[in-house]
Write a protein that binds this ligand. Structure first.
Ligand code: FAD
Ligand code: SF4
Length: 479
């Protein structure tokens, strides 16, 4: 019989982290995984509320109380089965979802008792099950004969492939990069998510029958029309990759970098992949200023620290309470030696050929904008110069629709995002071309892994519904 006051006797315990001194010397995950006993004790803190708000707040609507109960009982393989019923990448979401804003933020115990450590238990369940040989059971799957091409091996594409093969559809995933994962591999640094975790997921997906064609850019190495000719339907999960610039003078100076090429060059170096023409971007010994307050800025800060930067200062135009990045990452960045300058608006990057500094103005928060966030207003006369050898611009990403979208009847909105029918329409995530579906960042805008997972899975259901509803003749006749 479960002790009803267990959650009072056993406080919330997060997985321990390595010391900052050790962390900054290596590109490796910073959390020490739960041991079996701690995972069971933490999972057992769940109150099994009648109306589990955590499930509603989780974008993939995981059966959280159910798998927490199984984990508390040590029934890890059953828990892993259940985790995979709703989530294609539970070990990854367990590591990098901003749980404080999602499932754990909605946990009833978050009201003064400490939320259940849902993310860490999800990670523990999946890591442990996979390490002991658990694999998805596809023994009941009947082959349909349908073939679907997926463009993009990021979380949206991988999740779409996962659901398709579980439903007997042959899924082939194309990606321009030499490894799967999209931003999981080539954006998010190893101190948050090690590449080995994604390689393990690749092995599982391949064992399930997913085919990967890597190092192939659709539209350059292979025409999109060839996919339409060879497959019954196509899913696009191509992400958003156009870095937003500040629009202030000096952005073209030597020493100014955009966040994603910087993180990509670091990932290539660590994973031993060839660099592009820009080469490896190294911050060793430099006075680095990172502009931005989101998760990408945090990842740049902490990458520069690990490269041996002389100093790293992160400049953000709102205050700490209004920064968009995760509190957890801010805390880790501070521990690792990153300095933060809040309420500062960059107005110019200074230098003749090479960056020497950045001109800032102090800000105060004014009236809310259309999204409800208070607008920063510069304070006249507050100009100041912050010396810098290198500046990294981490202001987020814009969609970059491919030039072949128009010919393929894939409609975009004025902001460049691909327009699809919502998940509740007849064929979820279908684009203007009935045989083409899309999801993830290229539809929603830069967002979270768990949203890409959700949309990839929902689009797979849309594709299954569409293929089931269409006769072969109709499918061939479609655009
Ligand atoms: P992507 O992951 O971008 O994958 C798209 C794939 O499509 C890429 O592999 C690309 O190579 C491929 N592709 C594009 N065009 C073509 C083409 N023509 N031919 C072939 N392949 C193509 N989210 C979190 O939840 N937690 C975090 O901590 C977090 N940190 C982040 C840190 C950084 C630095 C960044 C940039 C993002 C972070 N995110 C985080 C957001 C998250 O990574 C994205 O929301 C998610 O990866 C989007 O998934 P996706 O599948 O839509 O696109
Ligand atoms: Fe929480 Fe993310 Fe897991 Fe959902 S997928 S339970 S939001 S960690």
């Amino acid at each position: 019989m479960k002790d009803p006051f267990h959650y009072l006797k056993v406080p919330r315990t997060d997985p321990p982290v390595f010391t900052a001194e050790l962390r900054v010397r290596r590109f490796a995950e910073i959390h020490v995984p739960f041991k079996a006993e701690t995972a069971a004790l933490q999972a057992d803190r769940c109150l099994a509320c009648g109306n589990p708000y955590c499930e509603w707040k989780c974008p993939v609507h995981n059966y959280i109380p159910n798998w927490l109960k199984l984990a508390a009982q040590g029934r890890i393989r059953e828990a892993a089965d259940l985790c995979h019923r709703t989530n294609s990448l539970p070990e990854i979401c367990g590591r990098i979802c901003p749980q404080d804003r999602l499932c754990e933020g909605a946990c009833t115990l978050n009201d003064g008792f400490g939320a259940v450590t849902i993310g860490a238990v999800e990670r523990y369940i999946t890591d442990t099950a996979l390490a002991t040989g658990w694999r998805p059971d596809l023994s009941d799957v009947e082959t349909t004969g349908w073939r679907v091409a997926i463009v993009g091996a990021g979380p949206a594409g991988l999740s779409c492939a996962d659901v398709l093969v579980r439903n007997g559809v042959a899924a082939t995933v194309y990606d321009q990069y030499p490894e799967i994962g999209g931003l999981l591999t080539f954006g998010i640094p190893e101190f948050k998510l090690e590449a080995g975790v994604i390689r393990q997921r690749r092995t599982i997906l391949e064992e399930m029958g997913v085919q990967f064609v890597l190092g192939t850019r659709i539209g350059r190495d292979l025409p999109f029309t060839q996919l339409l000719d060879q497959y019954d339907a196509v899913f696009l999960g191509m992400g958003t990759y156009r870095g937003i610039r500040g629009g202030f003078p000096g952005e073209q100076l030597e020493g100014v970098e955009l966040a994603l090429p910087y993180l990509l060059s670091s990932a290539r170096r660590i994973l031993d992949f060839p660099q592009d023409e820009r080469g490896y971007i190294d911050m060793a010994g430099q006075q680095v200023v990172v502009l931005g307050g989101g998760d990408t800025a945090m990842d740049c800060n902490r990458t520069a620290i690990r490269q041996g930067a002389g100093s790293v200062t992160c400049v953000y135009r709102r205050d700490e309470a209004n920064m968009p990045g995760s509190r957890r990452e801010l805390h880790h960045a501070r521990e690792e030696g990153v300095q933060f300058l809040w309420n500062r608006q960059p107005v110019a990057i200074l230098g003749d050929r090479q960056v020497t500094g950045i001109q800032l103005m102090e800000t105060r928060l004014g009236a809310p904008d259309e999204r409800g966030r208070r607008r920063p207003e510069t304070i006249p006369g507050s100009e100041q110069v912050l010396p810098a050898d290198r500046v990294i611009i981490a202001f987020g990403f814009l969609p970059d629709p491919a030039d072949w979208f128009g010919d393929a009847h894939i409609d975009t909105r004025p902001n460049g995002l691909v327009s699809t029918r919502g998940e509740d329409s007849e064929f979820a995530f279908q684009t203007g071309n009935p045989r083409v579906f899309a999801g993830g960042d290229m539809v929603r805008g830069s967002s979270l892994v768990v949203h890409a997972v959700h949309e990839g899975r929902s689009a797979a259901q849309g594709i299954l519904d569409y293929l089931a509803a269409c006769t072969p003749a109709l499918r061939t006749a479609a655009l």
